[in-house]
Design a binder for this molecule. Structure first.
Ligand code: LRH
Ligand code: MN
Length: 424
């Protein structure tokens, strides 16, 4: 399904005057607004290939229709998102859910939609139909060397697919852990996992990164072998310079101070990237910024502070990825909202007066410090994000174009209403 350019331009034209008024008003107060817009245009977020269908829970899944039936259709859906917001220029694949049967045609199709391949994701948290040994009691931590070897072999295969597609990173999320006290020897589980990761690390091309994703619990409910940022940092430090931690916002225990974790991982040069989503309780995988928008702002505030302190390039030096699941929303509308929330929050964090903040921090002027942060957070920057889309050939209002052009209805006509996309 291709979005016709003239239709998008006509819809932009219909709200251009209103947009111009809002943008002009906002831009007067923003120092060097052109460099802010440039940063926005360069900032691309990877869309997970496993989140283009309706998600569900063990209690049920209510498919919404028009879901992608193949990797090709998943790439087309992300192409649609990118045509609308010009900020979704990459896809993150999950293997074996998205094995590229014909790598060169997949590369050509992605290039046609101006999409790059971000981190590849391995999967040793499910048993595949043709799999010899089960991961019921873990994969890289497993007491059986053969099960560990099977998991290592799978991760090396995932790297091979990634090399063919032009990806430059492997994300390893291990569901490994235990459900009851006494079930697992934590030290041996750590050692087995480290040795297994070291074999995968040894197979990484020189210009690749490995992201070690941590998670507090689920599917194991007593211990998780890569359970928090400290454990992930331990693995990444012992593995080597190409290994980093990956922060999935939903993988923390309640009330964790994620912005402080991000600040320290960045300081250590061991922050690899993010899986953005939002949550109220557990790993709810909800729309980014839908539950705790101020926390997301505080995280981006630490990211800008830490990345600028290291002279890092905002767009390229960290992996920006979404990891969400859509139980009640149209997957593409949900992803449009998530990308919008990330872009808005990134700009607000760019607007923080860092010199003034440092001065008041040095004077322990706590009240003014909060005023400086909340002034940026309370600035409505939507016209700035819209302007960056307009200049990149995107939609001023992607969600309204998606609905006005009846894109979901057209997808249902094309693909049917019953099919369920492979993924979570
Ligand atoms: C685990 C996780 C991981 C993915 C999976 C789809 O909860 O966040 O990043 O492999 O979701
Ligand atoms: Mn994740």
């Amino acid at each position: 399904m291709k979005l016709e350019k003239h239709k998008l331009e006509k819809l932009n034209q219909s709200i251009l005057k209103e947009h111009q008024r809002k943008f002009d008003f906002l831009a007067t107060d923003i120092k060097d607004v052109e460099s802010v817009i440039k940063k926005l245009i360069d900032f691309q977020i990877a869309i997970p290939s496993w989140a283009l269908g309706t998600g569900g829970t063990r209690f049920g899944r209510f498919a919404g229709g028009g879901e992608p039936r193949s990797l090709e259709e998943k790439i087309e859906d992300i192409g649609l998102l990118h045509a609308l917001n010009k900020s979704s220029g990459a896809i993150s694949l999950h293997i074996p859910w998205d094995i590229p049967e014909n790598t060169s045609s997949i590369k050509t199709l992605a290039a046609k939609h101006d999409l790059k391949f971000d981190a590849m994701n391995s999967n040793t948290f499910q048993d595949q139909p043709d799999q010899k040994l089960s991961y019921k009691f873990g994969s890289m931590q497993h007491v059986s060397k053969d099960v560990r070897k099977q998991a290592i072999k799978h991760n090396i295969e995932v790297i091979k697919y990634g090399i063919e597609l032009g990806s430059k990173a492997l994300t390893v999320w291990l569901s490994d852990g235990s459900c009851f006290p006494g079930q697992l020897n934590f030290r041996r589980a750590f050692q087995n996992t480290l040795e297994s990761l070291q074999e995968v690390y040894a197979a990484l091309p020189d210009d690749w990164k490995m992201f070690v994703e941590y998670k507090a619990y689920e599917p194991n409910f007593y211990s998780t072998t890569v359970g928090d940022w400290g454990q992930s940092l331990l693995y990444a430090s012992k593995l080597g310079a190409k290994a980093y931690t990956l922060v999935d916002l939903g993988h923390h225990l309640p009330n964790a101070n994620i912005e402080q974790i991000v600040s320290l991982l960045l300081m250590e040069g061991k922050l690899g990237g993010f899986h953005f989503n939002d949550s109220k309780y557990g790993d709810d995988d909800l729309t980014v910024g839908s539950i705790k928008p101020y926390q997301l702002f505080l995280i981006f505030n630490e990211l800008i502070e830490g990345m600028d302190a290291k002279g890092m390039n905002h767009a390229n030096d960290l992996a920006w990825m979404i990891d969400a699941s859509h139980n009640v929303k149209d997957p593409l509308e949900d992803l449009l909202q998530s990308v919008e929330a990330i872009m808005i929050t990134y700009v607000q964090a760019l607007l923080v007066d860092r010199k003034k903040l440092t001065d008041v921090q040095n004077n322990n002027d706590v009240v003014t410090a909060q005023e400086i942060l909340q002034h940026a957070f309370r600035t409505d920057v939507r016209a700035l994000v819209a302007e960056s889309r307009l200049r990149s050939g995107g939609a001023l209002n992607p969600l309204s174009v998606y609905r006005t052009e009846k894109l979901r209805e057209n997808l249902i006509k094309q693909r049917g209403s019953k099919n369920i996309a492979i993924g979570l």
